[in-house]
Design a protein around this ligand. Structure first.
Ligand code: UDP
Length: 239
């Protein structure tokens, strides 16, 4: 199994990678490093859509576990993703990369609403489009938002940059003997409940035949290596 030629990709970054070595929030120095990786990928001619999670600031499930109303907590989580999107926009523009943020929750003073055709034009003009606020509804995650935007923007792959090097048969942070898959099918991910993305996101990618590439974004230069088909990664797709 290998990837098709990539012209347009959706890069999903979990919120926690924006923390750098902190325990919470946004580390601007680390965001600047991430932005350099994104710029290097863009400079190869790729069209890039970005989705950033909010887990470094607030997760709805965590709020609900502490007694909050789940939907209310999820809206707070969605707002957290907008803050991360603005932080990444700032870092990219400091490197001279043109960007637009489109949010699924309308916030006219800070960003555009999600408008697919407008996003297409931005990509044609060489801008990076950062999609914020997930799907804009509670009980979802930014993984589902990423799969949805990858499908509607007809991306050739969904690249999931996370803090581990791919998909493992068990949690590599807890089990040192965990084994990484080079490739794995969507159906195995779903049947074995492997920790890649939530099930609705994986199913949406499967139904639209969008390969998912899981890799560690914490190592410098890794995004470029993964795009070149090198480096440590797991590709989720059908045989
Ligand atoms: N969220 C939501 N709907 C969405 C996307 C996100 O309700 O479509 C909320 C949800 O509470 C989630 C939080 O936003 O926990 C942050 O997103 P996520 O957990 O996906 O961030 P990540 O784990 O990627 O950092």
């Amino acid at each position: 199994m290998s990837l098709p030629p990539l012209k347009r990709v959706l890069l999903k970054l979990s919120g926690e990678v924006l923390m750098g070595d902190q325990q919470f929030g946004i580390d601007p120095t680390f965001v600047a490093e991430l932005a350099k990786e994104v710029k290097a990928a863009k400079d190869t001619g790729l069209e890039i859509c970005l989705v950033i999670g909010g887990g470094n600031i607030f997760r709805g499930m965590a709020g609900a576990a502490q007694g909050m109303d789940r939907a209310q907590a999820d809206y707070m989580g969605m707002l957290a993703t907008v803050m991360n999107a603005l932080a990444m926009q700032n870092a990219l523009e400091q490197l001279g990369v043109q960007t637009r943020v489109q949010s699924a929750i309308q916030m006219d003073q800070v960003c555009e609403p999600v408008i697919r055709r407008r996003a297409e034009r931005h990509l044609e003009k060489g801008r990076v489009v950062i999609f914020a606020a997930g799907v804009g509804a509670p009980y979802f995650t930014t993984d589902s938002g990423a799969a949805l935007r990858a499908a509607e923007m007809r991306c050739d792959a969904l690249l999931k940059g996370t803090s581990v090097g791919g998909v493992y048969d068990s949690d590599p942070k807890r089990n040192p003997a965990a084994t990484r898959f080079d490739t794995v099918t969507y159906d195995k991910v779903l049947a074995d409940n492997l920790k890649v993305m939530d099930a609705s996101a994986v199913a949406l990618c499967r139904d639209n035949q969008i390969p998912i590439v899981v890799f560690s974004i914490r190592e410098k230069g890794n995004l470029a290596r993964v795009l070149a088909g090198e480096g440590v990664q797991t590709i989720v797709q059908d045989n």
